[in-house]
Ligand binder design. Structure first.
Ligand SMILES: Cc1cc2nc3c(=O)[nH]c(=O)nc-3n(C[C@H](O)[C@H](O)[C@H](O)COP(=O)(O)OP(=O)(O)OC[C@H]3O[C@@H](n4cnc5c(N)ncnc54)[C@H](O)[C@@H]3O)c2cc1C
Length: 257
């Protein structure tokens, strides 16, 4: 089947939902489609427990200290401009998350409960009990369900990015895992919010599931000559197909929790 929208967001983790909500608020005229390969809540995001490092208590903490701790923990490999940009924007992004309904844990004084994590010289990690990711996703999803211009499609695995003549991506091809068929989503913009690239490694802390069984892959491989095997396993392969490139991959983080 064919579906039309203005913006297609592939992925319903924190990145995809946050982006869709923010865009839906800014541009009510745009039709936004959010696609996920399994259930909407099946993501790495829901497994994040610890929390978010952000400067909230300006009496005991500062942006300068957070930048200093981060550069030090990065062993001199971090790009100082990126560190600065992320840390300076942290407080604003946190407020936005709270605006979307995320209820972070408070202490007995009603202030955000801050905890200390590795690499930080002071308590600055906000959390929602010990299931921060799940609570963020639940709040973001509930917000997006109230937006008339966001539509969700689940069990739709993106298997190809569709390029227009000028080389820009104007849609995606998906494997509809319920109806057992190939679907097409057309859009003016495609946003890939498909998470990390753990699947290209032998060991990963990301969810280890290819989402499609090998039997199913081969069945589609035979039925549809355009079906590219690598794309079924890795979104990095999808990105490379449109000439995206990766750098500093030796610095990828693997979660130790
Ligand atoms: C165990 C664990 C603990 C963590 N703890 C913390 C923490 O304490 N603090 C912290 O900041 N970070 C933590 N992280 C990291 C953090 O969870 C991730 O960086 C973040 O959630 C990534 O969000 P995302 O939206 O980019 O990706 P994801 O949450 O992985 O979402 C990706 C989405 O894309 C969809 N998708 C993928 N491929 C396709 C496709 N081909 N077609 C359609 N849909 C597709 C998936 O179904 C999913 O909906 C932790 C991670 C793990 C695994």
């Amino acid at each position: 089947m064919k579906f039309d929208s203005d913006v297609i967001v592939v992925g319903s983790g924190i990145a995809g939902l946050y982006f869709a909500n923010k865009l839906a608020d800014l541009r009510e005229d745009l039709k936004i489609t959010v696609i996920s390969k399994n259930s909407w809540k099946d993501s790495n995001s829901i497994h994040a427990q610890g929390g978010i490092a952000v400067v909230t208590d300006l009496k005991k903490d500062s942006i300068k200290d957070h930048i200093h701790d981060t550069i030090k923990s990065g062993g001199g490999l971090s790009d100082p401009n990126v560190v600065k940009m992320v840390i300076q924007n942290g407080p604003k992004r946190l407020k936005e998350l709270m605006g979307f309904g995320v209820d972070f844990t408070k202490n007995e004084n009603g202030q955000l409960d801050l905890v200390l994590e590795g690499g930080h010289s002071t308590k600055r990690v906000v959390h929602s009990n010990d299931h921060t990711g799940l609570d963020i996703i639940t709040a973001l999803r509930s917000y997006s369900q109230r937006k008339k211009n966001i539509t969700f499609y689940e069990n739709q695995q993106c298997i190809e990015l569709l390029k227009a003549d000028d080389g820009s991506v104007k849609g995606i091809q998906t494997l509809n895992k319920i109806k057992n068929r190939i679907d097409f989503f057309k859009g003016k913009v495609v946003v890939m919010a498909t998470g990390g690239s753990g699947q290209v490694y032998k060991y990963t802390t990301n969810l280890r599931e290819s989402a499609i069984s090998m039997e199913r892959i081969l069945q589609y491989f035979n039925a549809y000559p355009f079906f590219k095997l690598a794309f079924a396993f890795s979104n990095s392969a999808l990105a490379f197909s449109i000439s995206a490139f990766a750098f500093n991959i030796s610095s990828l983080a693997f979660n130790i929790s």
